[in-house]
Design a protein around this ligand. Structure first.
Ligand code: HAM
Length: 441
């Protein structure tokens, strides 16, 4: 859209909404009361990913459209219906990333990240964009923690990746989740399965939805994740992939299973788990939280040994997963009432004519010494300042009154008990800074 059209469109919207511009449906704001939970979630993830040897990568949120079309697959719902694609001013087709794996593999090849080691461990945290119908647990902008182990074909990597995901969910305290595991074969054995699957569907063609008629020609395996009830019933009775696995794929799955058994990680083999992206080969898995309702996958992933070649690079067997952060946070919130934030820091209050200069200098000094500190910037009464200090959950307040100051004293008030005592101004910094960091008790 040209900029003039954008302004015109904008003014139409403003008329429609009584001049108030609202956010986009399915792309919620994350408000200050919630950001702490996101930070804590990501801090735990970074710590654990670090322990397993993963390093962070940050790629742009938009890429050439072709990357996703070739990577995710033309016949997938994501590419066919859900991508935010636009032409930039140079006439190039760009797309907001609907997922991170294709971007990560592009960056891996472009910067030869595999030069130092045959197995490269990478992770990315950030927003993804899919034009899906917004509903509970399904957004148009959502956030993933995406983890990829690039370069190695062995089943031990699959087992470690699943164990890492299991460890992350456990570290967040997420209970009641189920691991579903499957193998969807490879280039050698999938054609035979595909043939059997198509033959089964041809006999039931009339009962399929119009989209699945097209899928039958273009990309039949996608019928396995059609959401239309009639198609689901047909798919539920269709032949499944494991019966058609070649020897090498069967062995791979067997080894992954025995390693997971050894790690005491419980799973269910779900022969109908195919996942919605075309790049998968062999191992696929999802963690489900049944308590979430329809959108119950909290994380999903699998092996994608052919993706690098699909994107024009050399063979690079890899696997990984992505966690939906919104779904993790919703699951955790449903489990337990969040604890009230502890009282922290110092509020520096002023009384009467005491200048803001002294309060400001003192507050800055306390912040430099590592304390969370605030002062009144709006000339409020002492009562108003104390009300604010309580609202902002300060543990202490330091009250600067002209009478006490004339004697070189200030008042230290414990906001929990209400007890207060006079202390020498000259000792105030040391007294406050010597109390345990952040939560001053
Ligand atoms: P995915 O299954 O499309 O896989 O997404 C992974 C997770 O992202 C889902 O399990 C879900 O928790 C979350 N998610 C997906 N779509 C939405 C949405 N519209 N709203 C909220 N959350 C959503 C992938 O994206 C693959 N790239 C995973 C992967 C990495 N495979 C190999 N490596």
């Amino acid at each position: 859209m040209r900029i003039e059209e954008w302004f015109r469109e904008g003014s139409r919207n403003r008329e429609r909404q009584g001049n108030v511009i609202k956010g986009i449906r399915g792309a919620p704001d994350i408000l200050p009361d919630e950001t702490g939970k996101w930070q804590a979630l990501e801090a735990v993830a970074r710590d654990i990913l670090d322990r397993y040897g993963y390093r962070e990568i940050r790629t742009p949120i938009f890429e050439r459209t072709e990357l996703f079309v070739r990577g995710i697959g033309e016949g997938t719902d994501i590419v066919e219906k859900e991508m935010y694609t636009f032409e930039d001013r140079g006439g190039e087709s760009l797309t907001l990333r609907p997922e991170a794996t294709a971007s990560l593999m592009r960056a891996y090849a472009e910067h030869t990240l595999g030069a130092k080691s045959s197995l490269t461990k990478l992770y990315l945290i950030g927003p993804m964009f899919r034009h899906e119908r917004p509903q509970s647990g399904r957004f148009r902008q959502f956030h993933q923690i995406d983890v990829e182990a690039v370069g190695s074909p062995g089943p031990a990597v699959d087992a470690e990746v699943v164990a890492l995901l299991h460890h992350l969910l456990e570290a967040w305290g997420l209970g009641g989740v189920e691991l579903h595991l499957n193998s969807i074969g490879d280039r050698a054995c999938r054609p035979a399965y595909r043939e059997a699957f198509v033959a089964y569907l041809q006999d039931r063609r009339d009962a399929l939805c119009p989209d699945c008629h097209l899928r039958l020609v273009k990309n039949p395996l996608r019928i396995l994740d059609c959401k239309v009830e009639g198609c689901r019933q047909i798919a539920a009775k269709a032949p499944t992939i494991p019966g058609y696995l070649c020897e090498a794929c069967r062995e791979h799955l067997g080894k992954v299973r025995s390693l997971l058994d050894g790690l005491k990680i419980a799973y269910t083999v779900n022969e109908r788990l195919v996942r919605g992206l075309d790049y998968y080969t062999r191992t696929t898995f999802e963690f489900l939280n049944p308590a979430l309702g329809a959108q119950n996958a909290v994380a999903g992933g699998g092996r994608y040994d052919g993706l690098a070649e699909e994107l024009g690079g050399p063979p690079t067997p890899s696997l990984g997963f992505a966690i939906g952060e919104e779904r993790i946070l919703t699951s955790l919130a449903a489990q337990a009432a969040p604890a009230e934030a502890p009282l922290t820091g110092v509020y520096v209050a002023t009384v009467g004519e005491v200048g803001i200069e002294l309060a400001m200098t003192l507050t800055q000094r306390l912040r430099r010494r590592g304390l969370c500190a605030a002062l009144d910037l709006e000339g409020r009464s002492l009562k108003g300042q104390m009300r604010q200090a309580n609202k902002d959950r300060f543990r202490y307040s330091l009250i600067l009154g002209s009478e006490e100051l004339s004697r070189g004293q200030v008042t230290l008030k414990d906001m929990l008990s209400g007890a207060q005592q006079e202390i020498p101004l000259a000792e105030a910094d040391d007294r406050l800074a010597s109390l345990p960091e952040r939560e001053i008790v």
